[in-house]
Design a protein around this ligand. Sequence first.
Ligand SMILES: Cc1cc2nc3c(=O)[nH]c(=O)nc-3n(C[C@H](O)[C@H](O)[C@H](O)COP(=O)(O)OP(=O)(O)OC[C@H]3O[C@@H](n4cnc5c(N)ncnc54)[C@H](O)[C@@H]3O)c2cc1C
Length: 390
Amino acid sequence: MSNLACDDYRYVIVGGGNAGVSAAQAIREIDKESPLIMISDERDLPYRRPMLTKNFSLIDSSDPYAMHPSKWYSDLNITMIHDRVLSIYPSTHSLALSSGKSLSFGSLILAVGAKCFIPPFKGVSGSNVVSIRKTDDVRKLVELLKNANSAAVIGGGVLGMEAAWEIRRMGKTVHVIEASSSLMKRNLDNDASEMLLRQAENNGVDIILNGKTSSIEASGIVLEDGRNVACDVVIISCGIRPDVTLAEDAGIVVERAIVVDDHMRTNLLDIYACGDCAQFNGFSAGIWPVAGAMGKIAGCNAAGTDAVYSPKAYAVMMNALGTGLYSAGSIASENLVFETVQNDSFWARMFFSSGEFCGFIMIGDTKKAFSLSPLLERKASKDEVLAIVC
Ligand SMILES: Cc1cc2nc3c(=O)[nH]c(=O)nc-3n(C[C@H](O)[C@H](O)[C@H](O)COP(=O)(O)OP(=O)(O)OC[C@H]3O[C@@H](n4cnc5c(N)ncnc54)[C@H](O)[C@@H]3O)c2cc1C
């Protein structure tokens, strides 16, 4: 941790995730000199959070998954401290840290992210239970797995499936408990969901559908219908909740997340928010590229330029269970027609609304998905789409 030479900063960024780092970078592209501090309550350098469920083995490296080496911050004259902001005092443009220090800001950017949602099951605070949001969570999980033969993941979304696959790759028995009747209902239609289920089971991951958790015990999970899932370790993967406490206590308007306008401004002068902690147009995306895009807009506006945020549609991607998966756009409405293409490399289903390309799902080798995605934005015709896929 660096010593604070002064307690007065032109820019203060709270949170060292993708939103915070993108905001700092955007500021430095405009203003190379003014004092800028980034405060992170994690001990590691800012890192690629999505990697947490994609490669457990890298957790033992120094600066695991780091976005930039420490030199990047010093070269850009960004002061990075590892501390926790306890309170914000908007009227005096100041804040208090858990180390006892306080500092003042010209502009404040809140990039405090989100927390895992932990349903109120009996036994969630057991020593065999982990949820994955931070590097320290993966450290704890890897330690627990050293003495475990089996694990169960509660939640069959992308993160849950990725975590299950990492555990399976370590040679352990693994179950995924999904409360609904199919996997990834929001991103897959019934056929794709069924295919993913088969892919999981063929690769040794046991999927339990309609599995509503009643309690977590030292010996495993008890479901509401009485089934028991024996396991040594439990991972809870049931979504996220934006971290809004700091903002709420400071009098910043919060709904599901911190409410921002298209400049990432909150309701309070000189205070911005971005990333997983922020909501724009009533929506909080909770994904990496959106956090980066919002951070950039917040940084530009804090540094005095006029940057406007324009949300884009992003795809859901997964590389796990020995396959790739890509889902983008609308795939669920009953009024859609679809075309399916299957070959040795992939299965793809393209959806059309009134003849215009509106969504697709691809399972297997998903390279072609990157050529298909731009066609969604311009609502291409069926012939154009099939020419790429076939
Ligand atoms: C396991 C996992 C896998 C994921 N996979 C994908 C994926 O494949 N694709 C994708 O698009 N997205 C993925 N995501 C989501 C993506 O990682 C997030 O959307 C993104 O990291 C959010 O960035 P952020 O900067 O808004 O918040 P965060 O990355 O959460 O950073 C916020 C930081 O602020 C710190 N902080 C909070 N309060 C304080 C305080 N009071 N004082 C100081 N510091 C504080 C937090 O500790 C944290 O370090 C994944 C997320 C997880 C957890």
